[in-house]
Design a protein. Structure first.
Length: 486
């Protein structure tokens, strides 16, 4: 009898490989089935994958990838430099790489780049502008065959990652078999990813031995039940930042003193306790502590008296009214968070009026179209300091989620980082940008979610990377599933 270990996730959605997503559920499957030139390391940074090595020119514009020898897709077709170059070229298209209404995310970095196969194992990428952080893009450059755009590909995907798809019930279940990939042996010959939207049921299934592993659980609700059943718990911090975006174009938040006052007025420890039952980690800057170059402060910047003084200096000593836009999900606690925030600001004479939008896509479109009030609840990703600065903070780009903010010092540091190929030197520049944005915030940083994985066996190494994604190549031999159907 053969048992396929079952991994329970909130969603099982094997989407277009070149969609731009920071969903941990989606990326766990994409990384299992597809491979890119590089992979994220468990503790941060990038490791070779399809590319065994790479070089970059001193001006940070010309990159050369050397592929591993004898690569192939899951159906046996050769995966050479021509296939890799075609896959990266696809990412430039205006109809590829969309996310929540923001189109062509990859195209904004690769537009105009010359991408070519120099020989069967060498890919050359010549960017228009310096791009020292190109690996942050190439980690999503999954190799795909020519039929990727044909109807039905997503139901019968062909990748080159650790596992190949055996069978699929779209949105419900994906059964995988080890594919003999180039990254080494895998502990589990087969895995089954199955959707279970209810976190309580995911935890109960692991406790009962009906699943090998369940992701994105909460310690306050699920850990004790998992461990009391003799199962195992591994905690992790989701790097997605829960924030209040600020309208820096018009209204009170156009004043940097008001923006700084709001960051000082928030008691993050209290929010985490009240809104998340303690399942959170404080955020003190525009990206997480796990982001490249981040320079987090040692303590909570909560200082209501300094906030009161800044508000008075800005002309709001007698009080201030703010409109706060909030969704009903993503984050799911958005309404409770808005109410707790309003309660914290009330003693400072700040009245917060919540404006609720139930349609999450419409909410994202309102943010993208700069139709927010003074503040809005938002979740900020991706796991790239460069991309966050470029897409959300740089006033010259005025990207989809930018809200009128401008910080010339941070923009100069971003320009310098784009030209700096030495990782240590570039990290220093991003650290300086981090501190500049603490002094003059583009948004109010709040917290990250603290989550966990429940498993039927111990996890000697956390299977969740710093980007919050379950990496199937890090899994030990799993137990807990069902007899494999013939």
């Amino acid at each position: 009898m053969s048992i396929d270990p079952i991994i329970l996730q909130k969603s099982v959605d094997l989407r277009d490989p070149h969609d731009c997503t920071d969903s941990g559920d989606a990326l766990a499957l994409l990384d299992a089935v597809f491979a890119a030139p590089v992979r994220r390391r468990a503790g941060g940074g990038y490791a070779p994958s399809l590319a065994e090595s790479w070089t970059v020119s001193p001006d940070a514009r010309h990159w050369t990838l050397t592929l591993r020898p004898d690569l192939s897709f899951h159906d046996g077709r050769r995966l050479d430099a021509a296939a890799m170059a075609a896959s990266i070229e696809r990412m430039k298209r205006p109809d590829v790489g969309a996310t929540l209404g923001a189109p062509a995310v990859w195209g904004q970095y690769l537009a105009g780049a010359e991408i070519r196969a120099v020989d069967p194992r060498t890919v050359s990428i010549a960017a228009v502008e310096p791009l020292a952080d190109l690996l942050a893009i190439l980690v999503s450059a999954y190799a795909v065959p020519p039929e990727v755009d044909e109807p039905g590909f997503r139901e019968r995907p062909i990748g080159s990652g650790p596992y190949r798809v055996e069978t699929m019930r779209p949105g419900a279940e994906v059964r995988l078999a080890a594919a003999g990939w180039s990254g080494g042996p895998l502990a589990n010959p087969r895995l089954t990813f199955r959707s279970e939207p209810d976190a309580d049921r995911r935890a109960e299934a692991v406790a009962a031995g009906e699943a090998a592993l369940a992701t994105r659980l909460r310690a306050s609700r699920h850990r004790s039940g998992v461990e009391e059943a003799g199962r195992f718990w591994t905690g992790f911090t989701d790097p997605t930042a829960i924030i209040f975006l600020l309208n820096a174009a018009t209204g009170p938040c156009a004043d940097p003193r008001v923006r700084r006052a709001l960051t000082l007025a928030v008691d993050r420890t209290d929010l985490i306790a009240r809104v998340l039952d303690g399942d959170g980690e404080m955020l003190t800057g525009f990206v997480s502590a796990a982001h490249f170059g981040a320079a987090p402060s040692s303590g909570d910047p909560h200082d209501p008296e300094a906030a009161r003084a800044l508000l008075a200096e800005a002309g709001y000593g007698a009080g201030l009214s703010l409109i706060l836009d909030t969704p009903t999900r993503l984050p799911d606690e958005a309404q409770a968070l808005s109410a707790a925030f309003a309660a914290q600001l009330a003693p400072l004479g700040v009245e917060v009026s919540a404006r609720i939008t139930e349609d999450r896509v419409a909410y994202a479109e309102n943010v993208r179209d700069k139709r927010i009030g003074d503040i809005c609840v938002f979740d900020s990703s991706p796991m790239s300091t460069f991309r966050v600065l470029y897409e959300k903070i740089d006033s010259r780009v005025a990207g989809s989620w930018w809200q009128g903010y401008a910080n010339p010092k941070a923009e100069d540091l971003l320009d310098a980082a784009r030209r700096t190929t030495d990782d240590a030197a570039r990290a220093v520049l991003y650290g300086d940008a981090y501190r500049a944005l603490q002094a003059d915030p583009a948004w109010v940083p709040l917290y990250h979610h603290s989550l966990g994985v429940g498993a039927a066996v111990p996890m000697p190494v956390s299977p969740v990377r710093d980007d919050g994604v379950l990496d199937v190549t890090l899994l030990p031999k799993l137990t807990g599933g069902e007899e494999r159907r013939a």
